[in-house]
Ligand binder design. Structure first.
Ligand code: G3I
Length: 376
């Protein structure tokens, strides 16, 4: 055997050096981009607890998001909400002129990919065209003095409300399993239960809730019907919300659940208060959906945001007897309505943030979850 010994020794030394170096330093690179589909799947992690949903948009300033984020959507989520496309201004911009095509794209995509769909939203004071509230002469009814609002005005608005629900829910029957029937009806001020600036309330009074839920149940008896709001878990708004829902439920109005939006902040998050409220709503017999989760980072570090998410998901799991769905209000920070607060789990490059790793296993620190993944 004719071996070139000096060369052979050099090669062996080099190999040993590489082996030693990799053994002494890290086996993995924390800065290496992570492939979105390679990380643990949230919908699998939470399969025994609740659905994990996400809101996406085809409208506005970032219409490409829906196409670009389908990898994230399909890997991590099993429920979809249209961020804007099912609101009244999108679905019925002019009276009788229903425009379903954009929302249909999202719903068809969801059905094709085994994602449930939450419908958002049928009745809201916002993103609702003015025509809903005009009288026969074209004047805005809710801007008239109270005593000038006639029975005919009320009938007209009630008819439009019911017609909208009828057309939209019929169109999506069998595809949309849960609806935010009424969104944000409760006042932020302790002196009134209903928010006083809602045209629905000004024109129809408290009755608009009854009308909406009754009609929704009649149109699609299979659909789960939710009342959805921001801050119903907070002490300042909880009493009024509970009183309103309780009196409607006592009358037999078909409300099946409450949507707690969950636009929270890492700084000052009160998980105990949220949990207490969840139990109080559950005592009314309501199912709980967290419908628009994002946890803003203003004044907090990434690690503090991760800890806030960890605490929240620990609590959600503890209450998974009543929480059946948790939906994030967006995929990546850059397309969030709160993008200046980076409130979501993935950054603009679709890279999982500490907040993501924190909820992979809520019993461990986020770094450990990430490092265990990187070491595989
Ligand atoms: O569609 C127009 C587009 O044509 C125009 O070029 C663009 C310019 O700004 O505006 C587009 O509309 C925007 C729309 O989002 C679609 O992107 C509106 O200005 C903007 O106001 C609207 O914001 C939405 C907001 O609801 C409006 O109320 C947010 O995306 C959406 O995340 C947010 O969602 C609400 C929930 O429905 C209810 N709970 C609170 C939550 C956050 O506000």
């Amino acid at each position: 055997m004719n071996r070139n010994f000096p060369q052979f020794r050099r090669a062996v030394a080099l190999i040993m050096l590489v082996v030693l170096a990799t053994g002494c330093t890290s086996l993995y690179d924390r800065n290496k981009p992570i492939v979105a589909l390679d990380v643990p799947s949230l919908r699998d992690i939470y399969a025994d607890y609740f659905d994990v949903g996400v809101a996406v948009s085809l409208a506005g300033w970032s219409p490409q998001t829906f196409a670009n984020h389908q990898d994230l959507i399909e890997w991590h989520f099993n429920s979809l909400t249209a961020e804007n496309e099912m609101k009244p201004d999108a679905l019925q911009p002019r009276e009788g002129a229903f425009s379903f095509s954009t929302a249909d794209k999202m719903v068809d995509y969801a059905v094709d990919n085994n994602l449930k769909v939450r419908g958002h939203t049928l009745v809201w004071h916002n993103q609702t065209p003015a025509w809903f509230f005009r009288d026969e002469a074209g004047d805005l009814i809710h801007e008239k003095p109270k005593e000038a609002i006639t029975e005919a005005d009320r009938e007209l608005v009630k008819r439009r409300l019911e017609e909208h629900i009828e057309q939209v829910m019929t169109h999506y029957a069998g595809k949309v399993y849960a609806w935010d029937v009424v969104n944000e009806a409760v006042s932020d001020h302790y002196t009134t239960t209903h928010r006083p600036d809602s045209p629905w309330y000004i024109i129809l009074g408290e009755d608009f809730m009854r009308i909406a839920f009754t009609k929704a149940h009649e149109v699609d008896p299979e659909a789960k019907l939710f009342y959805n709001d921001y801050n119903p878990e907070m002490y300042y708004k909880r009493g009024r919300t509970i009183d309103m829902l309780k009196s409607l439920l006592d009358e037999g109005v078909p409300i099946h659940g409450i949507g707690i939006q969950g636009h929270w902040s890492a700084n000052g998050l009160n998980v105990r208060e949220i949990e207490e409220s969840i139990r109080m709503y559950a005592e009314l017999g309501l199912e709980i959906h967290i419908t628009e989760l994002d946890v803003g980072r203003k004044g907090a570090t990434e690690a503090q945001q991760a800890e806030a998410y960890r605490q929240l998901f620990r609590m959600f799991k503890r209450n998974s007897d009543v929480i059946t769905s948790v939906t994030f209000w967006g995929t990546t920070d850059d397309v969030s309505w709160r993008r200046d607060e980076n409130p979501l789990l993935f950054d603009a490059k679709k890279q999982p943030k500490p907040a993501f790793w924190a909820i992979v296993d809520t019993e461990k620190p986020w770094q450990q979850n990430r490092d265990e993944y990187l070491r595989r």
